[in-house]
Write a protein that binds this ligand. Structure first.
Ligand SMILES: [Mg+2]
Length: 126
């Protein structure tokens, strides 16, 4: 499974990549903000899941998600928001933008595994 990881923190991208590797996901493409992520999405075939941060320069996670959700060709790609913004109103805003699931930082390897499995299962059924 090819996953796009979007985060302005190189360290966080490494952490997420390492966790994904532990659950058998090694095909990872990266972007450091929403703008770059849109380019990567456009130029990379076969992305099946997006994990995106919220707070990033140039284009935030929610702006990125809104852009992705406004393009029907990405309708089959679930998006998980991985963020420290974890208040109820934040979550509602992110879901409103088109996010399919939510992971609050800091998170455990178990959490990321569970959320990915949950998201992919729900998405396939829908
Ligand atoms: Mg950030």
């Amino acid at each position: 499974m090819r996953v796009l990881v979007v985060d302005d923190s190189l360290t966080m991208r490494r952490v997420i990549k390492n966790l994904l590797a532990k659950i058998g996901i090694t095909d990872v493409v990266e972007a450091s903000d929403g703008l770059e992520a849109l380019e990567v999405l456009e130029q990379t075939d076969g992305i099946e899941l997006i994990l995106t941060d919220w707070n990033m320069p140039n284009m935030t996670g929610t702006e990125f998600v809104e852009k992705v959700r406004s393009d029907a060709k990405y309708d089959n790609i679930p998006i998980i928001m991985v963020t420290t913004n974890a208040s109820k109103s934040d979550i509602i805003r992110a879901i409103g933008a088109g996010v399919n699931n939510y992971i609050a930082k800091p998170f455990t390897p178990e959490t990321i595994k569970e959320k990915i499995e949950q998201t992919m299962a729900r998405f396939k059924k829908a």
